[in-house]
Design a protein around this ligand. Structure first.
Ligand code: DGT
Ligand code: CA
Ligand code: CA
Ligand code: ZN
Length: 563
């Protein structure tokens, strides 16, 4: 898949233009296009072959020409020219959270800092703090951001890694020798970030399967290559491990390489107790294989019910399996509607009607339009006049719709003191209020928790949106006491959101904590385009990792129950 490569080139063009101090609209158009390409579930080359590049939201004639150039030549002239002008180390500095072109230029001019390593040393030695308009606090923030960066670059986001893995699986299946191919590892378990992508394949000619894998056009480096496995780095930096196994042990290999390591250790102990041996080839009684072709038979001979990959983290699932106490995990098919999405009334790309049509195509029964409130200025938040207009539009639309309902809603900003950004007069006219924090991320845990609890106790609020503020691989959660927030939410009948978009907030760990306090949840996409409505599966995966069942999730309910 070339989406990642094109996105990376656009991201870098945008970065350099920003560092050069060019027009904001110019560099933002590249950054937005990069993000769009990463979220795209279709292969960019297919779109190009169909002559539909300009149908992608945010891609105009000029960007479409650049995409065509990259697909045809592997390069982009503008990008090459800018790279030649610019130092790679300086570019990397832009990826540090909180560091903009202005500061980078200052560090460069005054201290000669032109890469992350030098910046880290300077911060550790304490010389950044001495610069004008810096100080100890800013220096400590930069050091923290560098540490976050070091953690992040090593792991890929679940969403981008999944799309990439699905393309690779499709590619492997193009090989006539491959009879089955699936991804395993942390990706199959649905972890929010993955270290590498593990792929298993089986079929007649192992050698040829490995050759087919190595011939993929995105392979930029072969790390290892053998009779049954190969390891590569793709353009864009993601590592992929392929293992080719016999048909009769595909299930055992899939089980073993799905992990987690600690889950495997737990079931291996169990096997030993039963006088069995388990490895990536099967389950054995003495020398005799008694299971291996499917995962189901592996669990069966261990005396366990099937445990879904999302639960295999050694967090009590093996014991729960024994005791018949595994959750009956919520499924994508249980979801009946999306209760947090944006239209072009605020910062979404599509019209309300387009979002409704796309939701109907997904088989949903309802959605809630939840554009931003007034304070969210950069997101084109609605003022009181416009929200009233939108309410009228939704009412008119509902009259025309059959078997589908649009709830009138808003994603209302939680202000610094915990009050809401719309007056009660407006809130009273809306069906469904998601209250979210989009500012003041650095309050102390006590202040942030009090702020959230105040919003939760507002009688108009139905859901706390993306409760911890995290954006996986981009922003850490703000400080808060999740147990206290969950208790308040349960008491006030306010649900907590599981945001299926790049945020993946709440995380699986926090979901489990919150559930113990009796909270209900909604799984939303926070879609800003019709494409992003398809991200629901990632929220569902996260909910499953948090041990949730259908009954824990409000948007599995029929319309009447929410009305
Ligand atoms: P990642 O890639 O860091 O996000 O995490 P995983 O879980 O995908 O780990 P990875 O790619 O190193 O290995 C894939 C799976 O293979 C892992 O989840 C369990 C299995 N595995 C790897 N090494 C061992 C091991 O030493 N013992 C056992 N029991 N299983 C292992
Ligand atoms: Ca892995
Ligand atoms: Ca691996
Ligand atoms: Zn939103």
């Amino acid at each position: 898949m070339e989406n990642q490569r094109v996105a990376q080139i656009f991201q870098e063009i945008g970065d350099i233009l920003e560092l050069k101090g060019e027009n904001r609209f110019r560099y933002l158009s590249y950054h937005r296009a990069a993000q769009t390409l990463l979220n795209l579930s279709k292969d960019i080359r297919k779109i190009y072959d169909n002559g539909e590049l300009e149908g992608i939201p945010g891609i105009g004639k000029a960007l479409a020409e650049k995409i065509a150039e990259i697909l045809n030549t592997g390069k982009c002239g503008t990008h090459e020219r800018l790279l030649a002008e610019f130092d790679k180390g300086l570019l990397e500095l832009l990826t540090i959270r909180g560091l903009g072109p202005k500061k980078i230029k200052k560090f460069y001019d005054e201290l000669g800092i032109d890469n992350i390593g030098k910046l880290k040393t300077a911060a550790e030695k304490g010389v950044l703090a001495d610069l004008e308009r810096m100080g100890e606090k800013s220096q400590a923030d930069i050091l923290k951001a560098i540490q976050e960066h070091e953690k992040h670059v090593a792991r890929s986001h679940l969403i981008t890694a999944t799309f990439l893995a699905e393309f690779l699986i499709g590619y492997m299946k193009d090989c006539s020798k491959v009879s089955r191919a699936e991804y395993a590892g942390s990706l199959r378990r649905g972890r929010e970030t993955v270290g590498d992508i593990d792929i298993l394949a089986t079929g007649k000619d192992h050698n040829q399967i490995i050759r087919h894998f190595l011939a993929h056009q995105d392979v930029s480096l072969v790390l290892a290559q053998g009779e049954t496995k190969a390891s590569v780095i793709l353009e864009g930096g993601v590592q992929v491990d392929l293992r080719v196994v016999d048909e009769k042990s595909f299930g055992a290999a899939l089980y073993y390489f799905t992990g987690s390591k600690n889950h495997n250790i737990a079931t291996r102990k169990l096997a030993i107790k039963k006088g069995l041996k388990i490895n990536e080839y099967g389950v054995f009684k003495g020398e005799k294989s008694i299971a291996g072709k499917t995962e189901k038979e592996i669990f069966k001979v261990l005396g366990l019910p099937y445990i879904i990959p999302e639960l295999r983290e050694d967090q009590g699932e093996v014991q729960a399996g024994f005791d018949g106490k595994l959750p009956k995990s919520v499924e994508l098919a249980d979801i009946r509607g999306d209760l947090h999405l944006h239209t072009n009334w605020s910062d979404g790309r599509n019209t309300l009607e387009e979002m409704v049509a796309a939701a109907q195509k997904l088989g949903y029964e309802y959605l809630c339009v939840s554009d931003h409130s007034t304070s969210a200025r950069i997101a084109n938040g609605l003022d009181l006049g416009r929200i009233k207009d939108q309410i009228k539009q939704v009412e008119a639309l509902n009259k025309r719709l059959r078997g589908f309902k649009v709830f009138k809603g808003a994603e209302v900003d939680i202000l610094t003191d915990g009050s809401l950004d719309f007056p009660d007069e407006i809130l009273a006219q809306l069906d469904w209020i998601t209250a979210s924090v989009h500012s003041k991320f650095t309050l102390s845990s006590a202040e942030q928790t009090a702020r959230l609890i105040k919003a939760i106790s507002n009688p108009y609020v139905h859901v706390l949106g993306h409760p911890t503020g995290q954006i996986v691989n981009r922003r850490e959660p703000y400080e808060l006491d999740i147990a206290a927030v969950a208790r308040a939410a349960a008491k006030n009948n306010v649900a907590l959101e599981i945001n299926s978009n790049m945020r993946l907030d709440l995380s699986a760990t926090n979901i489990r904590i919150a559930k113990e306090h009796g909270v209900k949840f909604v799984i939303n996409t926070d879609a800003h385009s019709i494409d992003q409505l398809g991200l629901m599966r990632f929220g569902v995966t996260t909910a499953r990792r948090g041990w949730l069942e259908k009954g824990d999730v409000l948007n599995t309910l029929p319309i009447e129950a929410l009305d």
